[in-house]
Design a protein around this ligand. Structure first.
Ligand SMILES: Nc1ncnc2c1ncn2[C@@H]1O[C@H](COP(=O)(O)OP(=O)(O)OP(=O)(O)O)[C@@H](O)[C@H]1O
Ligand SMILES: [Mg+2]
Length: 332
């Protein structure tokens, strides 16, 4: 029987590790793009997962919607252990857990109308009777700011703009009536001018429908706008977790400080680093950021890096937290 967790979080990721087979000079080897990652998300909370390309963000999102199988650790949803599920249990989970992808065009079927996209999940997940379908489709389209609904419902994806398509994708995920949505870079392929509108819709899902969100992004500025807390990932490992305000105003990990340097208006006294991709091999040791970190010590390259609490809701995986606090202040 599946084990269960206390009910104070809706989503709990506990020590998650994911392994993929990879070819290394013709020989079979493995990478661990996600290693011992833990976080939780409360009902109605938005948690951002921030990190550069290849840090394992999408892979974590895909484990939560049960597309990728965990190698180690546990996943819980509403107290239920969902680490390993059969196909019937996965289908049932999808009425409560949905995912929104980066590319809205690829996510939609070019041969189906907007109405058809929304009717399917309404029927499958909510068993809406035929007589109510038109009304529910109109409500969903209005909920994501698509109007006039009567005109839009008969269109095909190619007849819509990128922003309208992403609204349809959001409406389709809402049609399942989920309690949790993984939004994987939902605005990064959209025109800058419409990104704010889509982020507002997502924020509204939290505020009015109390839906929990895992917001995956490269971009700390949008993470701060949308999320209650931020988890910073590097090389598949958690570097820092804290309230959005703490992460942006009081970053403790050198990598978080580096990310903030990329936010306009925050350039300046922050560590510089090379662009080397992190080692994801199973054999790697120590902190994945050590090769790029300006403060690296010998122990950073070898030992386990404990996660330390540096505030009531703020944790950092960095040995600097155990050494002289003046190092950060006096370093280049
Ligand atoms: N199915 C797979 N098989 C093998 N390797 C994979 C697979 N999926 C992802 N990877 C590798 O895992 C690592 C993490 O990928 P992931 O897509 O999770 O990163 P990401 O943080 O989402 O990056 P991006 O910001 O570019 O979307 C990458 O090195 C990627 O090549
Ligand atoms: Mg990704």
């Amino acid at each position: 029987m599946a084990s269960s967790e206390p009910q104070n979080s809706l989503v709990k990721v506990d020590n998650l590790t994911v392994r993929f087979a990879a070819k290394n000079r013709g020989r079979r080897s493995y990478i661990e793009p996600v290693r011992q990652v833990s976080f939780d998300i409360a009902p109605g909370e938005v948690l951002a997962l921030v990190g550069e390309s290849g840090s394992g963000k999408t892979t974590i999102g895909r484990t939560l919607v049960k597309v990728v199988e965990p190698f180690g650790g546990h996943l819980y949803f509403d107290g239920r252990d969902i680490t390993h599920l059969g196909s019937r249990a996965v289908r049932s989970l999808h009425s409560e857990v949905q995912m929104i992808f980066q590319d809205p065009f690829a996510a939609l079927n070019p041969t189906a109308t907007i109405q058809e996209h929304l009717v399917l999940p309404l029927r499958v997940y909510q068993r809406v009777p035929s007589t109510k379908l038109n009304l529910r489709v109109r409500e969903l389209l209005e909920q994501v700011g698509l109007s006039p609904a009567e005109e839009l419902r008969h269109k095909y994806p190619h007849e819509l703009s990128g922003g309208q398509r992403q609204r349809v994708v959001i409406a389709r995920s809402l049609a399942a009536n989920p309690r949790f949505i993984v939004a994987d870079e939902p605005v990064s392929m959209l025109d800058v001018s419409i990104r704010a509108d889509i982020l507002k819709i997502l924020r509204n899902l939290r505020d009015s429908l109390k839906i929990s969100l895992l917001y995956i992004t490269h971009d700390l500025a949008s993470a701060r706008y949308l999320s209650d807390r931020i988890t910073v990932l590097y090389g598949g490992q958690v570097m820092e977790v804290g309230t959005s305000r703490d992460i942006v105003k009081n970053p403790r990990h050198p990598y978080t400080r580096l990310l903030l340097a990329a936010v306009p208006g925050r350039e300046g006294d922050l560590p510089q680093a090379s662009e080397a991709a992190p080692d994801l091999s199973v054999e790697r040791q120590g902190c994945p950021f050590a090769p790029r970190c300006p403060y690296t010590m010998d122990d950073c390259r070898t030992g386990d890096i404990p996660v330390r609490s540096v505030g009531s809701r703020h944790q950092v995986a960095c040995l600097l937290e155990e050494t002289d606090k003046d190092v950060l202040a006096s370093a280049p």
